[in-house]
Design a protein around this ligand. Structure first.
Ligand code: C2E
Ligand code: CA
Ligand code: CA
Ligand code: CA
Length: 276
């Protein structure tokens, strides 16, 4: 009878440790979100291969934790969503990206647009549209140079409400794209009602495009769909020239990925823009 008891105690202490880990991270994230000081944005260029030019950059958040070191967004964004801290973090991110963009434009750097990721909970927050408008006005950036990347997951549920919010964001003048396109649930009936600019083809379709017998056709179908709805396309996660060639064959000429560049810190991104 002792052994199950011991097992139970062992299991329980394991659980405590794990929740202690999460609790520690949560209170650290709370502190980081309040100041913003531990976050940094990296920028990954987006290229138009046909025009051979940089069309923009995606801002990707990094957390420099004083003890844990660099924590990946895949680790803390879900926690930020759960705890609601995503509002503060997302607010910091949009403001930081727009301030940076404003500086680049003032210096005449050919950056194109800057895109920022929005999680579902940010999209559904009643403060979103007013906040986006105030950041655009406050920083004075041309709104069409700012793009918001949303996943399909943010828009399921109340579609009417989603369409309303998207229209309000379009009224502010920002560009909108659907991130990770092809992995979610948007039906064609809804897609045609979304006032968006770009479908961002998910990395999963790019990864195997060279050897897959179906993925080139899937990409081609997404490009045709985008054409008929008046959207642009861009492919993410492009790592090889073979993948880029296959994408070009399917008329997807805009790409983002390690083939062009990894996400870069600000000095490195500025050197990239300067062609160094
Ligand atoms: P995402 O929006 O799909 O961003 C693309 C992710 O793929 C980034 O990871 C990027 O570094 C990575 N990546 C880019 N090119 C390649 C490639 O060629 N190959 C491979 N294997 N990966 C590539 P990262 O920066 O770790 O971000 C992960 C996710 O975290 C993002 O996925 C996004 O959903 C979320 N995220 C990042 N920054 C923010 C933010 O500021 N706010 C919110 N709400 N979410 C963010
Ligand atoms: Ca994204
Ligand atoms: Ca993506
Ligand atoms: Ca993705």
């Amino acid at each position: 009878k002792r052994s199950p008891e011991r097992k139970y105690v062992f299991y329980e202490s394991g659980m405590r440790e794990r929740s202690g880990f999460t609790l520690g991270l949560e209170s650290d994230l709370r502190r980081a979100a309040a100041s913003g000081d531990e976050f940094e944005l990296f920028y990954q260029p987006k290229m138009d291969l046909l025009a051979n030019r940089v069309i923009g950059a995606e801002a990707l958040i990094r957390w420099r934790h004083p003890v844990r070191g660099l924590v990946s967004p895949a680790e803390f964004i879900p926690l930020a969503e759960e705890t609601g801290l995503i509002w503060e973090i997302g607010a910091w991110t949009l403001r930081e990206a727009c301030l940076r963009l404003s500086g680049w434009l003032r210096r005449g750097l050919p950056v194109g647009s800057v895109s920022v990721n929005l999680s579902p909970r940010q999209f559904q927050d009643a403060r979103l549209v007013g906040f986006v408008r105030s950041v655009i006005e406050g920083t004075g950036v041309p709104p069409e140079r700012v793009e918001l990347e949303l996943t399909e997951g943010a828009m399921i549920g109340d579609i009417e409400k989603a369409v309303t919010i998207l229209n309000e964001l379009k009224d502010v003048g920002v560009r909108l794209s659907i991130d990770d396109f092809g992995t979610g649930y948007s039906s064609l009936a809804y897609l045609k009602r979304f006032p968006i600019d770009t479908l961002k083809i998910d990395r999963s379709f790019v990864r195997d495009i060279v050897k897959s017998s179906t993925d080139p056709a899937i990409v081609g179908t997404i490009v045709n769909l985008a054409d008929s709805l008046g959207f642009d396309t861009i492919a993410e996660g492009v790592e090889t020239t073979e993948q880029a060639d296959m994408l070009m064959q399917q008329r997807c000429t805009r790409i983002q990925g390690y083939l062009i560049s990894r996400p870069l810190d600000v000095p490195a991104f500025e050197r990239f823009l300067a062609g160094e």
